[in-house]
Design a protein around this ligand. Structure first.
Ligand SMILES: Cc1cc2nc3c(=O)[nH]c(=O)nc-3n(C[C@H](O)[C@H](O)[C@H](O)COP(=O)(O)O)c2cc1C
Length: 165
């Protein structure tokens, strides 16, 4: 299975997380979404898409530009997993909101979503990326819970490949 990990990152946190995820997955490639074409996205069996959230619940800039590429790609038969970087204390009502538009674009392109992540252990008040007791993907918080990042990534990658088995 070929895995493509695409990230949008303004200060490097999402990029670092993407690199950590990539180290755990054989036959994977890590690439900035800013340089990804539609055919780059179509080149993989599993897409792992990562974004940070800016403004009040806004998608990271590179992703805002790339969303049309995702929407118009043919991702049918492919699995998509999402991860989001955010700050659950300072932006407690819009925590990792950037995940939702990417999720909607990937589903519109025919992908199926894997890797929802439990909301337990987070202290946010609201998130458009929350569906019941789960986030649409892995939520990471370098401002408040950086000590948990590596362990969360390890568990999430295990979960992904269990779901895909
Ligand atoms: C001006 C500003 C606005 C932000 N807005 C949000 C937000 O609405 N929701 C959220 O979860 N995090 C928000 N954050 C936190 C960033 O998403 C977080 O710092 C993230 O780790 C940045 O990742 P990056 O370096 O990959 O861009 C904001 C940070 C700043 C400085």
């Amino acid at each position: 299975m070929k895995t493509g990990i695409f990230y949008g990152s303004t200060t490097g946190n999402t990029e670092n997380a993407a690199e950590l995820i990539g180290k755990l997955i054989e036959d994977s490639q890590v690439q900035s979404i800013a340089s990804a074409s539609k055919s780059d996205l179509e080149n993989y069996d599993l897409l792992i898409l990562g974004t940070s959230t800016w403004g009040w619940g806004e998608l990271q800039d590179d992703w805002a530009d790339a969303l049309d590429n995702v929407k118009s790609a043919d991702l049918s038969g492919k699995a998509v997993a999402l991860f989001g970087l955010g700050d659950q204390e300072a932006y407690t009502d819009t925590f990792v909101d950037g995940l939702l538009p990417i999720c909607e674009a990937a589903l519109a392109a025919g992908a199926r979503l894997v890797g929802k992540w439990p909301t337990s252990g987070y202290h946010h008040q609201g998130s458009t990326a929350q569906d019941g007791d789960f986030f649409l993907g892995l939520a990471l918080d370098e401002e408040n819970q950086s000590a948990e990042t590596e362990e969360r990534i390890n568990r999430w990658v295990d979960q992904l490949f269990t779901e895909l088995r």
